[in-house]
Design a protein around this ligand. Structure first.
Ligand code: F6P
Length: 320
């Protein structure tokens, strides 16, 4: 193995830069050349490759987003797209790939390997935290803290005005962000896809709290829950006596300087991915479970789900 390439794909996530930095430094440490592929799989198809040396990854560990750029490509997973990707990788003599992203990224990596691409190792990076095979994906911890800061701010005004606030967080089909931010933010209720048809329960409980003297309420809603915050507010808001507002946090959750946890995980997983490639591994993702780095076959990362534990959902109900 002489030359490896690294790319980021899907939604950007804080901590991706730490993983790029670690991949480059570890690769150079192994005596490899390292190449960056810009703008994810779309950039791979276009041949947007550039050499990465130590100077290219200086002062990036604290930056949000990804210095390589990212994107989602509809063309890449087609037979023609995959063939084009293999051709580009052959032309640039790439012997190994490090792919940083979510389950869609690994689905693409799997297809690429089957189409004749070089050995590939993945690193989980998505604020959704829904990738099977790791306790946490890069970006999740930062996004939770960003959402939490927003919830704390909303609580100040909710308390001052004695109002009901619906705060929508991202997460696509997963409730991880909503559950974590809601739990840490002391939300009166969390609505997430893992607990469908929950509105009536929340209305009954919140009405009882208001009757008991509660004068401000925050309901955190996952974007993947039954119409998101707007859907929940349209149904729940008119059934409660407090005036209500809706705040959607949106892409604010994707940006920002990564937390220490995301920087550490990116550093650890970048090195682990290169070590795995050098050891001859392929077709797997390196993730973190407990304190250990573990390897998971690509297929499992997208055919299985990293579920929010039922214990955490029960805890939410207990503390609501
Ligand atoms: O997967 C990360 C994520 O931020 C999801 O939480 C969200 O649903 C989606 O990406 C938004 O994607 P886009 O930026 O393409 O609208």
């Amino acid at each position: 193995m002489k030359r490896i390439a690294v790319l980021t794909s899907g939604g950007d996530a804080p901590g991706m830069n730490a993983a790029i930095r670690a991949t480059v430094r570890s690769g150079l440490g192994h005596g490899l050349e390292v190449v960056g592929i810009e703008h994810g799989y779309a950039g791979l198809l276009r041949g947007d490759l550039r050499p990465l040396g130590r100077p290219d990854v200086v002062n990036i560990i604290h930056r949000g987003g990804t210095v390589l750029g990212t994107g989602r490509s509809a063309e890449f997973p087609t037979p023609a797209g995959l063939q084009q990707a293999v051709n580009v990788l052959d032309t640039h003599a790439i012997d190994g790939l490090v792919l940083i992203g979510g389950d869609g990224t690994f689905r693409g990596a799997s297809a690429l390997a089957k189409a004749g691409g070089p050995p590939a190792v993945g690193i989980p990076g998505t604020i959704d935290n829904d990738v099977y095979g790791t306790n946490r994906s890069l970006g999740f911890d930062t996004a939770v803290n960003t959402a939490l800061e927003a919830i704390d701010r909303v609580r100040d005004t909710a308390t001052s005005h004695e109002m009901l606030h619906f705060v929508e967080v991202m997460g696509r089909h997963s409730g991880w962000l909503a559950v974590a931010a809601g739990l840490a933010g002391g939300a009166e209720a969390v609505l997430c896809p893992e607990v469908p048809n929950h509105n009536d329960t929340v209305v009954a409980r919140t009405a009882a709290s208001i009757a008991g003297g509660k004068r401000s309420v925050i309901i955190v809603v996952a974007e993947g829950y039954e119409g998101g915050a707007h859907g929940a507010a349209a149904d729940i808001g008119p059934r409660l006596s407090l005036d209500y507002r809706i705040t959607s946090l949106g892409h604010i959750q994707r940006g920002g300087s990564p937390s220490a946890i995301d920087r550490m995980a990116g550093s650890e997983l970048g090195c682990a991915a290169v070590d795995a490639l050098v050891a001859g591994a392929s077709h797997l993702m390196v993730g973190i479970q407990g304190e250990a780095v573990v390897e998971t076959p690509f297929e499992d990362t997208w055919s299985k789900r990293h579920q929010v534990p039922t214990e955490l959902l029960a805890l939410l109900e207990q503390l609501a």
